[in-house]
Design a protein around this ligand. Structure first.
Ligand code: FEO
Ligand code: CA
Ligand code: CA
Length: 610
């Protein structure tokens, strides 16, 4: 469907957005060397700016006469090695199992133990944030999930030891990295640590003491799971987001039946078939001693990377869904705003707004992520939208309790009347304050018995996904927004045909570029990839393609944006017969492909994406 036929007022010719961005781009020269008023959403005015990890505090690249995206777009490919635009080069960093001690070594594949996994990089590299400068710093990186055959040598866990190894491979790595001759490497640092499924964690915010989070077993709150995308705060912490936690739970009890709340989160007897419930009672949903264990997952979790002894904190005010990511911006009056997607077919987009300005809250010892209001998005057909409050102040939710709303957020959002979206993945906010969400795909859109196409989800049986853009009223804290469709994947083409499908990772730099990463079917069965788009003209170019069978995900940059980190997740879908990257790249002789980080630089030292 052509979006211009769809009654959308805020379409590609949107004069408001274009003029704002034009003004911004033409003012870049003024911004250099000073504080950018156009970039206030990026904490550039905050004292924390020097620690802001995405290049917020550094001048935009000069030379406004150069094209925004000057590199040579490369073709799709289906091979066992990555490809990159000729103006660029890449190297490999932190493959799964690399030791955290800075030795540069990896643990052996054979006989690999949970204890060794706890002392090395996890598997399933995903969202990440870099807290550092051009010479070195801390990389916080999510480990979403891994190929079981690699982690413990078979598909289904056969013992508690298998499960413990798998649990240790999930979670987050905090790892110091430094620039060295010939590339980046892990540095020896007391802050290097792993956070995984058995790491003690704390709950905070309005639902922290909820009975819905307590177990009869009285067991401590442990772990983070299926950590997908991410975020970071202006006070220097990392946010890791728990996505498909449901698949790790299961039961062999035939008497057990899922509650309505469990069903809404996809919890069932089979799970993903990993078999954790057979060897760890926490994950057996029929074990009444652990009846609420699944409610302890599905949160946004805050980690202080500089305090290696600190506990990760699950922030209940941000709600419990299958969290994809958490994009944090500073809104009106210094309030913290967090945009979040819930990645499942027909699920929703959320926003949290802190109660007061974050600096005052932090000064008083109150987390800005603990007090505030949660909303869910409704996209109207006329190009406007509404943020619907998820609290007992909403008359539709007046008969609920606040902890029910936060623990069973999906059900609260159903009641509130949110718009069913085509799998909301990452959200990013550009320099003019526009937010972009990747809606990766939804094969069931418009099929019998499911939600029909609507203005914001206009493609029936949406195999390739789309990107929606919106802009909030009142500098991110308003209850209204305007929106349009930025790109429908199947309609984005170059001379080689359709350019991509299944957009997932997305990041806006401060010059008006969008980095779009894919996870899913690509044109012609090609490899997943990373493209760069001009937010104003919607021109796309292909910067990087991954190896066969991998997802390209996660994006982090040094403050000068001249080094970018991206991840290859599950290269070869785990099959060495497809690729054993990065071993063949580094010259090592590993038996299987390994998830790893790719370090991207421009050969001339320029800003990535230029
Ligand atoms: Fe973990 Fe929705 O991707
Ligand atoms: Ca994703
Ligand atoms: Ca995805």
């Amino acid at each position: 469907m052509d979006v211009s036929d769809d009654g959308i007022s805020n379409n590609s010719d949107n004069p408001t957005f274009a003029s704002i961005l034009d003004q911004y781009v033409s003012r870049r020269g003024l911004i250099v060397g000073g504080l950018a008023t156009a970039a206030t959403t990026y904490f550039a005015l905050s004292p924390a700016a020097s620690a802001a990890p995405t290049g917020a505090a550094v001048p935009a690249s000069p030379a406004a006469t150069k094209p925004l995206i000057g590199f040579t777009s490369i073709p799709l490919q289906s091979g066992p090695m990555p490809t990159i635009a000729p103006e660029y080069r890449y190297s490999v960093l932190i493959p799964w199992r690399e030791k955290l001690d800075g030795s540069g070594e990896s643990f052996q594949y054979a006989g690999f133990t949970a204890d060794q996994q706890n002392r090395s990089i996890g598997i399933g590299h995903d969202g990440m944030t870099y807290f550092g400068n051009e010479r070195g710093g801390l990389l916080c990186i999510n480990h979403e999930y891994g190929t079981n055959e690699h982690v413990y040598g078979r598909v289904n866990a056969a013992s508690a030891a298998d499960v413990q190894l798998s649990q240790a491979a999930h979670g987050v790595s905090v790892v110091a990295i430094e620039r060295a001759k010939g590339g980046w490497r892990v540095a020896k640092d007391r802050r290097n640590r792993r956070i995984h499924v058995n790491t003690p964690v704390a709950f905070s915010g309005p639902a922290a003491e909820s009975a819905f989070l307590r177990n009869a077993a009285g067991n401590p709150t442990l772990g983070t799971l299926n950590n997908c995308a991410n975020g970071y705060t202006p006070w220097g912490t990392y946010l890791t987001c728990e996505e498909n936690f449901n698949g790790y739970f299961g039961t062999s009890s035939t008497a057990w039946k899922a509650s309505a709340e469990q069903s809404r989160y996809g919890i069932n007897a089979a799970g993903f078939g990993y078999g954790w419930h057979l060897h760890d009672p926490r994950f057996d949903v029929s074990n009444t001693a652990y009846g609420n264990e699944a409610n302890r997952f599905g949160w946004v979790v805050e980690i202080d990377p500089n305090k290696p002894k600190s506990r990760p904190v699950k922030r209940t005010a941000l709600g419990r869904v299958k969290h994809e990511g958490a994009e944090v911006v500073e809104g009106k009056d210094g309030r913290i705003v967090v945009y979040m997607g819930d990645d499942e077919r027909f699920d929703y987009i959320y926003k949290f707004v802190s109660a007061r300005d974050w600096k005052t809250m932090v000064k008083k010892g109150v987390s800005p992520l603990d007090e505030g209001t949660l909303y869910v998005a409704r996209f109207n057909a006329d190009g406007t939208g509404d943020w619907l409050e998820l609290s007992t102040a909403n008359p539709l939710l007046a008969d609920r309790t606040m902890d029910w709303i936060l623990v069973y957020t999906r059900l609260a959002a159903d009641v509130a009347g949110a718009t069913k979206m085509d799998r909301p993945e990452w959200i990013t906010v550009g320099p003019d304050g526009s937010a972009y969400v990747t809606l990766t795909n939804n094969s069931q859109r418009g099929t019998a018995g499911r939600a029909p196409v609507d203005a914001a989800n206009p493609v029936a049986a949406n195999a390739d996904g789309h990107i929606v853009r919106w802009k909030d009223a009142n500098n991110h804290v308003g209850l209204r927004f305007t929106w349009d469709i930025f790109a429908v994947s199947k309609d984005v083409a170059d001379a080689g045909g359709q350019m991509y499908g299944s957009p997932d990772g997305i990041w806006a730099d401060r010059d008006g570029r969008l980095f779009v990463q894919t996870d899913g079917t690509q044109p012609g069965g090609s490899n997943d990839q990373m493209l760069v788009a001009n937010a104003r003209t919607r021109e796309f170019k292909r910067l990087f393609t991954g190896v066969k069978g991998c997802e390209v995900t996660g994006v982090a940059v040094t403050p000068d944006r001249r080094t970018m980190f991206v991840n290859l997740q599950h290269p070869g879908d785990g099959k060495a017969s497809v690729t054993n990257f990065p071993e063949q790249f580094t010259g090592a002789a590993g038996p299987v492909p390994r998830d790893c980080t790719i370090v991207i630089t421009r050969r001339d030292g320029g800003v990535i994406g230029s």
